[in-house]
Design a protein around this ligand. Structure first.
Ligand SMILES: Nc1nc2c(ncn2[C@@H]2O[C@H](COP(=O)(O)OP(=O)(O)OP(=O)(O)O)[C@@H](O)[C@H]2O)c(=O)[nH]1
Ligand SMILES: [Mg+2]
Length: 272
């Protein structure tokens, strides 16, 4: 005879099921990207390896793989977030010293897509010439990299909206770079402060969009937001695979099979 689980066993089972239930409640909008019904994307990173450091766009590797890049003010937590998503501390180098990442650092994930750690903006050192060169290299990469699928624009959640971030988001919108916002370091301040700062930030940029950009929160320190952000990547990768399959089956499949590019024109109503 089957034993009825005791209440403590029932509780344990419920606890084990809880994360899955939470994931199922998340609202992914796969249907906006492709014609399949909305799906929950759970991502497993099986390999994460350093590919190369490029000083500028011309030194970046071939354009065969989709790229997802991290940008934001120096010290906002770009390299830390990359490590958190990759599940490997020490993959990208992290430092409390602002202006630490100086190259376009590229990492290959699951052998099929890349994460790109960019130098931050807003940090002026004695070597002003150097920081101008990094800014130019980053701008060129963001504007002209054809296989750049999505930019994670990082904003520190513990700060009230900073003009430099607002200006940068305007620059992304003006240059039609597809992006989502990621509010970082949520472990550092109370949730109410995070929410107030996000609301103030969204209000400052609202005028440029018919629909506000999608935003997420994260903490590399405690691993918060990992599945949500990996889910976004997986959602885009699924859409790319569907498009590639469609192209393969279309009568004119003479075109090279590259990931979709911004040249198709981003939708400012939905910037990613
Ligand atoms: N408390 C907390 N600290 C964080 C978090 N993410 C990063 N940090 C810290 O913030 C500092 C900067 O982190 P990085 O990841 O190097 O920041 P970055 O944006 O790559 O900085 P640059 O390369 O200089 O542009 C480091 O001391 C990190 O340990 C977080 O989620 N919570
Ligand atoms: Mg860095």
């Amino acid at each position: 005879m089957k034993r009825r689980p005791t209440s403590s066993r029932r509780l344990k089972r419920r606890k084990r099921r809880a994360p899955q239930a939470a994931l199922e409640n998340r609202c992914f909008r796969a249907a906006d990207l492709c014609d399949t019904p909305a799906t929950v994307f759970i991502v497993h990173i099986s390999s994460a390896i350093f590919h190369c450091s490029a000083p500028d766009l011309s030194a970046c590797p071939d354009e065969s793989l989709p790229e997802f890049a991290f940008i934001g003010r120096s010290n906002v937590g770009k390299s830390s977030l990359l490590n958190m998503l990759a599940g490997e501390q020490g993959l990208a180098r992290v430092s409390p010293r602002p202006g630490f990442t100086k190259m376009i650092n590229i990492f290959k994930m699951n052998k099929t897509w890349r994460l790109v750690d960019l130098p931050g903006y807003g940090f002026a050192t004695g070597a002003k010439k150097d920081s101008q060169r990094f800014n130019k290299a980053v701008a060129q990469y963001l504007k002209h990299r054809p296989n750049l699928c999505l930019v994670f624009a990082l904003i520190e959640s513990g700060l009230e909206p900073q003009d430099i971030d607002i200006e940068f988001i305007e620059w992304l919108a003006r240059n039609e770079v597809p992006f989502v916002l990621v509010f970082t370091k949520t472990d550092k301040v109370p949730p109410a402060t995070v929410q107030a700062n996000i609301a103030a930030f969204m209000e400052r940029i609202a005028a440029w969009f018919v629909q506000p950009p999608t935003h997420f929160t994260c903490s590399a320190e405690i691993g918060q937001g990992r599945q949500d952000l990996l889910g976004v990547i997986e959602e885009m990768m699924t859409a790319i695979k569907i498009q590639a399959k469609e192209a393969e089956n279309s009568p004119d499949n003479s075109q090279p099979k590259l990931p979709p590019t911004r040249k198709r024109g981003p939708d400012l109503n939905r910037p990613w």
